[in-house]
Design a protein around this ligand. Structure first.
Ligand SMILES: CN(C)C(=N)NCCC[C@H](N)C(=O)O
Length: 277
């Protein structure tokens, strides 16, 4: 057991309730249109997640869900912000394209953000993670291979003014970065190496020798799709083995049940965009 004291930092999040959540199309290997979805249960579980974040002392903004956009609950995909600048999303699949405008309106209505519309296809925090204090400053880790185009990585670097480390995802079950890797605090990550190309695994091992390393079972239980405030790690309740590894590393796992939203191919992190003013 690590005896480092892990200190939490208050966060601001954006979430959108799954009032219109169904699985009527399949754009990732987890989605099966023949599996029934209990929308009411999805809303109840989502509310449990929101209440958990509030109980931990975080601020949660709510983005109104829109009919015909069942995946809008996965709010992490809508944009990526760093120090007041928002790099907007441009979704790969037609079914989700309209979500980007809803997120853009949110930032514009707040009036405090510098919103930059993207040219390149990218799915927001689904494929971008931010470490404010790693490797000498703020660093962006970025995934490509299934959704976000690699050209979006250099676009994000130009827009956000932070170095972007490009990582190639190779396993379709882990089609976004945020199901394979997460930041635990300002400089520490947890990740499943098997989701990445051999070269990207080497990059991660070189840059993050202190990372918590997850295995396939942790990733398949959507454990890596987590949100951490530096101390409390909110993660899918099915990820018990990963929770034990995180506890061992000095973090406090906070399990939440999100079985319905797993049917759309997402869990905790997918439902939460972090706002970094
Ligand atoms: C990394 N993940 C899982 C997310 N950030 N979002 C989940 C998106 C799920 C949606 N049905 C889709 O396939 O786009």
């Amino acid at each position: 057991m690590t005896h480092v004291e892990r200190l939490p930092r208050e966060r601001t999040y954006l979430m959108s309730p799954p009032e219109h959540f169904v699985v009527e199309y399949a754009i990732n290997p987890w989605m099966d249109v023949s599996t029934p979805v209990d929308t009411e249960l999805a809303v109840k579980q989502w509310e449990g997640l929101r209440e958990t974040l509030v109980r931990l002392g975080h601020q949660v903004h709510v983005l109104a869900p829109e009919t015909g956009l069942p995946d809008m609950v996965y709010a992490a995909n809508g944009a990526f912000s760093v120090d007041g600048v928002v790099y907007g999303a441009r979704f790969k699949y037609a079914q989700r394209i309209a979500e980007a405008a809803a997120h853009r309106r949110f930032y514009e209505q707040q009036g405090t953000w510098n919103f930059v519309a993207p040219v390149e296809t990218n799915e927001g925090e689904g494929d971008f993670a931010y470490l404010p204090d790693a490797l000498g400053g703020g660093v962006i880790l970025a995934g490509h291979g299934f959704r976000t185009e690699v050209a979006a990585h250099s676009e994000a670097q130009e827009v956000l003014g932070r170095p972007v480390i490009s990582l190639r995802l190779v396993d379709p079950r882990f089609y976004h970065l945020d199901v394979a890797l997460a930041s635990l605090d300002d400089r520490t990550i947890v990740y499943y190496p098997g989701a990445f190309s051999a070269a990207s695994q080497a990059v991660l091992a070189q840059l993050f020798p202190d990372a918590v390393v997850a295995d396939e079972e942790d990733a398949l239980s959507f454990g890596l799709n987590l949100v951490s405030d530096g101390r409390h790690v909110v993660l899918n309740s099915e990820a018990t083995a990963l929770a034990a590894k995180l506890r061992q590393a000095g973090y406090v796992p906070v399990p939440v049940e999100l079985t319905e939203l797993k049917k759309g191919g997402g869990s905790v992190k997918c439902c939460i965009a972090e706002l970094r003013p």
